[in-house]
Design a protein around this ligand. Structure first.
Ligand SMILES: [Zn+2]
Length: 209
C-alpha cells in the first residue's frame, strides 16, 4: 500500500475508533495551558513510544527526540535541544527531566563503527556529543559488551550535559527539578532506571508501583 494511504487510514481509524473514547481527555487537555510534569529526551528511533511505555496521556510529557538522545553541553550548540530544555524548565516548570536511551540504538552502533557515518557528515558531527561516553566505555567495558555499556554511559553523559544548562542547574538548586536516566529495552519491554545510590541501572520489571 502507498505510504500516504497507509497514514490516512491510520488517521481515519484514530478519528473513528480512538478519538471518540478520548474526547473528554483531549477537551480537558486544551481547556488550560499545558502543564507537563516531565521532559523526556529520547532517541528518534521509530520503535520508541514514550507515551505508551509510561502510559501517559495528552499534556503529561514534553518530548524531545533526536538521534542518540543527545544533549549538547550548554554553549556548544544553541539549537533545538537547548531551546526545548530552557522552555520546558523555565516556562512549563517540568519537575523531572529524563534522558532515555534504548537497546539496539543505531547512533550507539555508529559511534562504535565510525566508518558507517562516512557519508553522513552531519550525523557524524552530531554524534561528537557522545564522544566522551565512548571514551569511558572503552576504558571500562569488555570488548564483547560494548553496545549495552555505551548505551548506559551515553545516558549518564547526557545527564551531565543537561546539568550544564543554566535553567536546569538553577531549577535543581531550588529543589524544583530532578534529572534521571533510563534505558528502554525494546524487545523485553523493560525500562531500566539509573539508581545514583547504587550507581547502576535497575530493571523495573516486576517492581510494581
Ligand atoms: Zn537510537
Amino acid at each position: 500500500m502507498d505510504v500516504r494511504e497507509h497514514l490516512k487510514q491510520g488517521i481515519h481509524r484514530f478519528q473513528t475508533e480512538i478519538y471518540p473514547e478520548l474526547r473528554e481527555t483531549y477537551l480537558e487537555a486544551v481547556s488550560k495551558p499545558q502543564e507537563p510534569h516531565t521532559l523526556i529526551i529520547t532517541c528518534a528511533d521509530s520503535r520508541i513510544d514514550p507515551e505508551l511505555i509510561t502510559q501517559s496521556g495528552p499534556g503529561e510529557l514534553f518530548v524531545m527526540r533526536n538521534i542518540g538522545n543527545l544533549v549538547p553541553p550548554y554553549g556548544e550548540m544553541i539549537g533545538g535541544v537547548s531551546s526545548v530544555i530552557e522552555y520546558a524548565v523555565t516556562a512549563l516548570k517540568v519537575k523531572h527531566l529524563v534522558i532515555c536511551g534504548h537497546s539496539d540504538c543505531g547512533a550507539m552502533k555508529a559511534l562504535l563503527k565510525p566508518e558507517s557515518t562516512e557519508k553522513m557528515p552531519t550525523v557524524r558531527r552530531w554524534l561528537r556529543n557522545a564522544e566522551a561516553a565512548l571514551s569511558v566505555t572503552r576504558e571500562i567495558a569488555p570488548e564483547a559488551n560494548m553496545l549495552p555499556n555505551l548505551t548506559e554511559q551515553n545516558v549518564l553523559m547526557q545527564m551531565t550535559h543537561a546539568k550544564t544548562h543554566p535553567a536546569v542547574a538553577g531549577a535543581m538548586a531550588r529543589g524544583e527539578l530532578t534529572v534521571g536516566g533510563w534505558v528502554y529495552d525494546i524487545a523485553k519491554g523493560d525500562v531500566r532506571i539509573y539508581d545514583d545510590q547504587k550507581n547502576k541501572f535497575e530493571s523495573t520489571v516486576g517492581a510494581g508501583a
